[in-house]
Design a protein around this ligand. Sequence first.
Ligand code: NAG
Ligand code: NAG
Ligand code: NAG
Ligand code: NAG
Ligand code: NAG
Ligand code: NAG
Ligand code: NAG
Ligand code: NAG
Ligand code: NAG
Ligand code: NAG
Length: 564
Amino acid sequence: MEPRRRIIFVAPVLFLLSCFYSNLGNAIDTITSSRPIRDHETIISNGSAFKLGFFRPGNSSNRYVGIWYNKESEPVVWVANRNKPLNDASGVVTISDHGNLVVLNGQNEVLWSTNVSNSMTNASAQLLDSGNLVLRNNTNGISIWESFQEPTDTILSGMKVSSNKKTDQKVSLTSWKNPSDPSPGSFSHGIKSSDIPEACIWNESRVYWRPGLWNSQTFIGANGRYSFYNDGFQITVDDQEDAVFFTYTFPNLSMFFVLSSQGILEERDWDEGKKNWKVRYQTLQTECDVYGWCGAFGSCNPQKNPICRCLRGFQPKNIEEWNRGNWTSGCVRKRLLQCERRNLTGEKDRFLKLAKMKLPDFVERSSVPVEICREQCLNNCSCIAYAYDASIGCMTWTESLTDIQKFSSGAVDLYIRLAHSELAKKDNKVLIIIPIVVGIITFAICAFFLHSNRCDNVFTVQAWKLWNENNILALIDPVISNPCFQPEILRCIQVGLLCVQEFVKDRPTMPTVVSMLNSEIVDLPTPKQPAFTESQNALDAKSFVQSKQKCSVNYVTLSVIGGR
Ligand SMILES: *[C@@H]1O[C@H](CO)[C@@H](O)[C@H](O)[C@H]1NC(C)=O
Ligand SMILES: *[C@@H]1O[C@H](CO)[C@@H](O)[C@H](O)[C@H]1NC(C)=O
Ligand SMILES: *[C@@H]1O[C@H](CO)[C@@H](O)[C@H](O)[C@H]1NC(C)=O
Ligand SMILES: *[C@@H]1O[C@H](CO)[C@@H](O)[C@H](O)[C@H]1NC(C)=O
Ligand SMILES: *[C@@H]1O[C@H](CO)[C@@H](O)[C@H](O)[C@H]1NC(C)=O
Ligand SMILES: *[C@@H]1O[C@H](CO)[C@@H](O)[C@H](O)[C@H]1NC(C)=O
Ligand SMILES: *[C@@H]1O[C@H](CO)[C@@H](O)[C@H](O)[C@H]1NC(C)=O
Ligand SMILES: *[C@@H]1O[C@H](CO)[C@@H](O)[C@H](O)[C@H]1NC(C)=O
Ligand SMILES: *[C@@H]1O[C@H](CO)[C@@H](O)[C@H](O)[C@H]1NC(C)=O
Ligand SMILES: *[C@@H]1O[C@H](CO)[C@@H](O)[C@H](O)[C@H]1NC(C)=O
């Protein structure tokens, strides 16, 4: 940034000015109509923490009036004329005849104004050591405008972000367009709703990041053990004004947070040893932190590969997209809920506990105790999940479950409603292990055949034969062919046979195999003839016709049908 280079040149000037003004009994932290500042001049706050002047950002040749830290490295924390830059060094910051603080160009045109006064005869603007620029009516000393009320992209200690429903006024941060252009970019940070105070980062009008609900200590969906919401952060709800204020009070002046032009909110503090700013916390640590990365009913876990999985009982809405790593379409329920079938004779739905989750968006809240929370949710078919936090109370969801993430620590348990049959499926612990074993066998089969050109493999011939005879279980070692596991084993073999189909284009890809094995994809296609033949050519035409018929006729479902 340019101001850095300028300081060396400006400092002696300021020193002289300082002597001059202090002789007159005035501090050099103040702008008046008789003491404007021009390009290459600056004012410095009383304790020397901040500086105000003209600067040129990044590679731009445009000039702006801003406030920056008075340190070796000088992040700009506020910009006045972000929408109307100067293109030369003829700018002036002064107090207008009406008593406004204004930025003028060489032709005396107003590029920016505080725009609050129309009659003040004696006003001045002072840069405080908090970084706040304050316009005062000198006659009575009352502040009539503050830069803290009109933040750019940075929050300094003592600043407020607010939302007032009555006056429809919001104070929020807006990112720079890019590091060379402070004009408003596409990201903003502010208060989402004042009914249940929630913070948010938006990309234009779409939510880009959300930290979840406030539990009177922290936002429960802000990832990581540390978050800037721990540093003197406070929420004030003014019921009379129908307003909410987020106040930030950092332990010292050398901390701030900024909304970057990439939409990441970063907390930085000053490293005196390195003479630089280091990032203490940032909102986007993995892709999972991007709002709705895995779509509806998808759950994100940055420690897994792929990071998106459908919640148990759900499958990808669009399998092709999902397998390509485009998860935005999310997942859909595999089976209707019991309550949706309007069958009251059957088993009730049940809740599956998902431990330590970032809770989904679109929550409804009530203050009933946990047992009643659960009961009310169970008895209302439109309630698809609930969670409970001692401070927040009972939380329920109705439409969809969006923006869910698995956290490694902290966070809250989420209970999702599933058809009884879906839950019964894996209640038995052994069931978790067996599919893995059989899965490995299946993979071995796949690997073996994919990397082998042998066309006379006895095992495949046998498997294919038994499959066609509907007797595939004869292939399985009696030890693992416990009837409970048969559906899983059948699924594995079917996937194995799909992997060794004659035509490569018919074979599933590895991500698809994974989805098939963990039952994200419920309906498996019927395997076609595998790549073994006595007489390749003779069979080609036949198997083509055969497989076409099979595939178009029906899909075999091998998932477990519940009620055990
Ligand atoms: C500037 O700071 C000094 C001490 O740090 C204080 O005595 C003085 O009143 C301050 N001046 C103004 C104008 O705030
Ligand atoms: C300035 O331009 C150079 C070269 O084009 C580029 O590498 C650098 O990132 C730019 N800096 C900013 C702040 O845009
Ligand atoms: C000042 O306020 C008026 C009316 O509220 C608005 O039309 C005008 O654009 C504002 N001017 C500046 C420089 O912000
Ligand atoms: C400034 O203060 C004087 C004295 O209290 C008052 O008469 C005048 O109306 C004030 N001006 C503005 C614009 O607030
Ligand atoms: C403006 O206010 C200051 C402080 O009250 C006072 O010293 C000064 O004389 C006033 N100037 C004018 C022109 O009224
Ligand atoms: C923000 O939104 C714009 C326009 O809708 C889009 O082109 C861009 O990719 C989004 N940025 C991010 C980081 O998602
Ligand atoms: C400011 O406070 C933070 C948190 O207590 C601390 O980590 C940091 O070193 C402090 N910075 C300075 C310059 O004192
Ligand atoms: C992802 O899928 C959505 C929904 O079908 C589509 O609108 C979007 O363009 C896809 N994104 C990419 C990168 O393919
Ligand atoms: C209701 O559910 C039970 C148990 O799941 C089942 O046996 C019965 O056939 C179902 N009745 C209807 C009408 O679907
Ligand atoms: C079920 O929940 C929905 C959504 O919360 C609510 O509108 C509806 O009144 C509830 N129905 C009953 C019978 O409680």
